[in-house]
Design a protein around this ligand. Structure first.
Ligand SMILES: Nc1ncnc2c1ncn2[C@@H]1O[C@H](COP(=O)(O)OP(=O)(O)O)[C@@H](O)[C@H]1O
Ligand SMILES: [Mg+2]
Length: 365
């Protein structure tokens, strides 16, 4: 059989052993069946190192005698190594076959390297995925514990706070005796602090309930005017303290919605308007029917919001100016959720130093 036919057979063998641990030795053994040689070497360049060898006598390329066949190992036109066999009297056929041999093993070696890299990447990805999966589980658990804790603690805080508010109202209305002006002022301060604290506790409680997915609508039919008036009565001391005028125009209709949640939406928006409006300012509340929707507008002439912040303010804990007291950064995030539960929407228009207008749209049917 001529040497070329023999080589075709051997090429197939080479492909079969490409993943063999003894690859280095075996390819030279196969080559030996066609070409007579003494030692075989595969050096990798950059840095130079002897990677595979057969019956070696030398340790570096420069030590190898002139009597040899040498071919580059290439991949995509870049040389990454050399394959060398040493011996005597190589024929022209030997040289040609050896060149083909070098081309074949170039491809196999690179292919093996790439497979190894891909395998490592897949392993790294799998490890990463497993870790993320474990971490996510831990985070979810911790988040559940946090939500339960917050819900419990805020609930416990509300009870004594309600009694502080109740008793300060008793005192304020002089049910237990006449008050002088100083005493009236101080009691008003207690009441304002209580309202603010209760609002903050409610915000944290509401958020933890929303996060745990336990908030549902409890619909009933009610006069929207009653809901607005009640909220304004609660908030009145805050407005008086800042000498802010609140004007309201509320349509005389009954709506079917969650009474407590509609009040919470109003409370959050009017509470913000009061907080972010300077002393002597004005707030306009308008609740009207527009087609099949109820439009709730709360407008102030306060500090306003820069355009670039407008989208962010509905995110949890997002506060443009952190210096305002009694702030959790949760009010608008909760408001948005409560509006969403009613299948409605909320938007804001605002200009710094001119004021803000929040509009809530709630479908009536
Ligand atoms: N009426 C308003 N005028 C100006 N800025 C406002 C108004 N309402 C909300 N903001 C801005 O949006 C942020 C988020 O509001 P909110 O979620 O209610 O949190 P908080 O009032 O507790 O800071 C506020 O910190 C404030 O910067
Ligand atoms: Mg707020």
């Amino acid at each position: 059989m001529d040497k070329y036919k023999e080589f075709t057979k051997i090429s197939k063998e080479i492909f079969k052993i490409k993943n063999d641990e003894e690859f280095g030795n075996k390819i030279f053994e196969l080559l030996k069946k066609i070409i007579e040689f003494e030692s075989g070497y595969i050096f990798f360049l950059n840095p130079e190192r002897l990677e595979y060898s057969f019956n070696p006598k030398c340790k570096s390329i420069s030590e190898i005698s002139k009597n040899c066949l040498k071919e580059n190992l290439e991949f995509k036109n870049s040389v990454f190594g050399v394959v060398i066999i040493t011996g005597e009297n190589f024929s022209v056929d030997d040289k040609e076959i050896f060149a083909s041999f070098a081309a074949i093993i170039s491809n196999i070696i690179k292919d093996n390297e790439l497979t190894k890299v891909i395998k490592m990447q897949i392993e790294a990805l799998q490890n990463g995925y497993t870790k993320i999966h474990k971490d996510t589980k831990k985070i979810i658990k911790a988040d559940e514990v946090k939500t339960k804790f917050l819900s419990h603690i805020t609930h416990e805080l509300r009870t004594p706070l309600n009694s502080i508010l109740g008793f300060s109202e008793l005192l304020e209305n002089e049910f237990v005796g006449k008050l002088n002006n100083k005493q009236k002022e101080y009691i008003n301060d207690i009441k304002i602090s209580g309202i603010n604290l209760l609002a903050m506790i409610n915000e944290i409680l509401d958020m933890s309930r929303i996060e745990s997915g336990s908030v549902t609508l409890n619909k009933s039919e009610f006069e929207i005017k009653t809901a607005v008036t009640e909220v304004l009565n609660i908030i009145k001391p805050l407005a008086l303290k800042k000498q802010i005028t609140i004007k309201s125009s509320v349509v005389d209709i009954k709506i079917e919605a969650d009474y407590q949640k509609i009040q919470q939406i109003l409370f959050n928006l009017v509470g913000n308007a009061l907080k972010y409006t300077n002393i002597g300012g004005e707030i306009n509340i308008s609740v009207q029917k527009s087609g099949e929707n109820l439009l709730i507008k709360v407008k102030d002439n306060g500090i306003g919001i820069e355009k670039r912040h407008l989208k962010k303010i509905f995110n949890r804990f997002e506060q443009i100016n952190k210096t305002f007291p009694n702030s959790t950064g949760l009010g608008l995030a909760i408001t948005k959720e409560l509006v969403k539960l009613h299948k409605g929407g909320i938007k804001v228009e605002s200009e710094p130093n001119i004021g803000s207008e929040f509009t809530v749209t709630i479908p009536l049917c």
